[in-house]
Structures are given as structure tokens and as C-alpha cells.
Ligand binder design. Structure first.
Ligand SMILES: *Cc1c(COP(=O)(O)O)cnc(C)c1O
Length: 340
């Protein structure tokens, strides 16, 4: 892909050479197959289409300055997919099979892994769907697990920057005892309208309070929230938040940096007390928050007073990306070399 303009890639789908697939039939997973088709044959009555029995994951492969290609905490994505499978009654994909397929699809598409200097990466998208043809509501008998990849551009094209968010009260992304803790497409369907409203109002993304009381901070669009104050990293503890691998890693790194870490309910008013705050996830690692507007009360929680990312966000971002790129020592054993 010599002619590819890596640094101008957006976050979108680009065709690559191969994907890998595995079918679950008669109560067991079959052999891993390599495929060059972009489409999947699917019955119009497939359970995933009608009743949302589907799960996905998202991780990246990084071309590092030492020439190696690494993936980051794939075992955590496997464990989260297993949790999602238990949550919506799908057969679990073992960690071994998950990692074997991730490594295979990355190696097969090596020519699509962007160079380090571009800031672009290879996004990896595992997808598990219930494929049986049925009209009644019950779990599928057959499943397809597919992993495809797509090169994606750097998240921060103009450099690390802050963004404005808006609290949306008239839509919930997920219910307290619903599927918010699972990575399923239905949560995204539930968020589309709130997301559109936020965009139409000129905000980067919508900001959710807990669905039950509308008092506590939940998720920041499709990313986890964290706030920084008094040398403490604070992130919500809630039954409707997706457990982010990035957030889990940042909590560890904050601890490594000598900060305190708190996972607890965060009342909305506490937003006024944070010195810094960010949204975190695989796509951006950290997207620092400029301000969060509550249009219903007229309160604007301005977090980045000068509009710039704060020093702790910068430090955590640097630390995490340096581990992902094999620049700093990987003391927690988070990365895995896929291509040496
Ligand atoms: C995937 C996802 C995240 C981020 O998780 P990471 O593992 O850090 O990428 C956060 N919230 C939601 C709703 C998600 O789907």
C-alpha cells in the first residue's frame, strides 16, 4: 500500500485482503477459516438481525518504532467478549481462540498496518452473531465469529485537544440492570438519537447520567469518564457502564504514577470540582474534556479553563501510548508481539 496516505485516513472501513471466521454448529466451534470475501451469507430470519443477539469488540495493532507489531491486552477483550456472551446467551469464544484469530488476521493483513510515524493504526473488529433462522425469541443455535481489520487514521489530527459535551436527560443509553455492561450493538442503537441531538447542538458528544436517578455520571458517549483532582483519578462505578480496557489500564498507570484511584458514584455537581477530565477508550485513548453543559439547569461545568488538555491527561496519554508502541517498558505484560 505504498500509495496509501496513512496520516489522512479517518476512522472508517477500508477493505483489506483477508478476514478470519469460525462457525459454531452442533454445539461446538469449527475450524478457523481465512476468507477474502467482505460479505457474509446470512438468512433473512437470522436471530442477530431481529433480536440483536450480537456482540463486538474493538482493539488495535500498532506498528512500533522498533519495527515490531504489537497488540494491547487482547486477553482483556477476550474476557469481555466472554462476559458479553454470558450476558446474552451466546457460546463463549475461548481466550486462546480469540487471540489466535486476532494474530492470524493481523499477520495476513500486514501490508495494511500503517507505519509508526503516521500515527495511524490497524483497527481490529471481532464480531459474534447469532445466525439461525427463526421467528420466535430464543437464543440462536448457530453462530458466526468473524474478525476483520481496517487501517484507521490518528484520532487527534491537529494534536491532543479538548472537546465540549452536553448532558442529555431525555434518552438513556442503557438501563441499570440492562445490557450497558456488555458490548452489544443494541446499546449503540439506543444512543444514536442522543448522539445526533448533541451533534446538532454543536457538541462533540452526548454525556449520560445514570438512567434511574439522573444524579450520577454514567458514560461519555461511547467512552468511559474519568476526572482528576487532588492527585486522584476518579471514575464512575455503575452497573450500566461498559468496562473499558483503556480505563482499567489508566487506573493502573495512575496508581503507578503515585496517584490515588477511586471508583465510585460521581454526582453531577462534582463535575465542578475536577481539575481535568477525559473520555477514554481504544479509539482516542484519552479525549480530554473542555466542558460539560447541562442545558436543563443552565450550568456549564468548565473543566479545561484555558481550553487545553491538562498535564495529568497528557502524562497518562503518553505513558499508555508509549507502552502500546513498545517505547516504555511493559512492566504489566500488557502487550504481545504479533509480528517480530
Ligand atoms: C468499547 C466501549 C468503550 C471503550 O472500551 P475500550 O476497551 O477502552 O475500548 C467504552 N464505552 C462503550 C459503551 C464501549 O462500547
Amino acid at each position: 500500500m505504498e500509495e496509501m496516505d496513512w496520516s489522512n485516513l479517518g476512522f472508517g472501513y477500508r477493505r483489506t485482503d483477508y478476514n478470519v471466521r469460525c462457525y459454531y454448529r452442533n454445539g461446538k466451534w469449527g475450524e478457523i477459516e481465512v476468507c477474502s470475501e467482505e460479505t457474509i451469507p446470512l438468512h433473512m430470519a437470522a436471530v442477530c438481525l431481529h433480536y440483536g443477539q450480537e456482540a463486538f469488540e474493538g482493539l488495535k495493532a500498532y506498528r512500533c518504532p522498533d519495527g515490531k507489531v504489537r497488540i494491547f491486552r487482547a486477553d482483556e477483550n477476550a474476557a469481555r467478549l466472554q462476559s458479553t456472551c454470558r450476558g446474552i446467551l451466546m457460546p463463549e469464544v475461548s481466550t486462546e481462540m480469540f487471540i489466535e484469530m486476532v494474530e492470524k488476521v493481523v499477520r495476513l493483513n500486514e501490508r495494511f498496518i500503517p507505519p509508526y510515524e503516521s500515527g495511524a493504526t490497524l483497527y481490529i473488529r471481532p464480531l459474534l452473531i447469532g445466525t439461525s433462522a427463526q421467528v420466535g425469541v430464543h437464543p440462536s443455535d448457530e453462530y458466526l465469529f468473524v474478525i476483520f481489520v481496517s487501517p484507521v487514521g490518528p484520532y487527534f489530527k491537529g494534536g491532543f485537544a479538548t472537546n465540549p459535551y452536553v448532558i442529555i436527560r431525555d434518552h438513556d443509553r442503557s438501563a441499570p440492570l440492562g445490557t450497558g455492561i456488555y458490548k452489544v450493538g443494541g446499546n449503540y442503537a439506543a444512543s444514536l438519537l442522543a448522539n445526533k441531538k448533541a451533534h446538532d447542538l454543536g457538541y462533540s458528544c452526548e454525556f449520560y447520567l445514570d438512567a434511574k436517578e439522573k444524579k450520577y455520571i454514567d458514560e461519555c458517549g461511547a467512552a468511559n469518564f474519568f476526572g482528576i483532582k487532588n492527585n486522584t483519578y476518579v471514575t464512575p462505578l455503575s452497573t450500566s457502564i461498559l468496562p473499558s480496557v483503556t480505563n482499567k489500564s489508566l487506573m493502573q498507570l495512575a496508581e503507578d504514577l503515585g496517584m490515588k484511584v477511586e471508583r465510585r458514584a460521581i454526582p453531577e455537581e462534582e463535575l465542578a470540582t475536577f481539575e481535568e477530565a477525559g473520555a477514554c477508550g481504544t479509539a482516542a485513548v484519552i479525549s480530554p474534556i473542555e466542558r460539560i453543559d447541562d442545558l436543563d439547569t443552565g450550568v456549564s461545568y468548565v473543566i479545561a479553563k484555558d481550553g487545553k488538555p491538562g498535564p495529568t491527561c497528557e502524562k497518562l496519554f503518553k505513558k499508555l501510548t508509549n507502552i502500546q508502541y513498545g517505547i516504555d517498558p511493559d512492566i504489566h505484560g500488557w502487550t504481545r508481539v504479533v509480528i517480530d
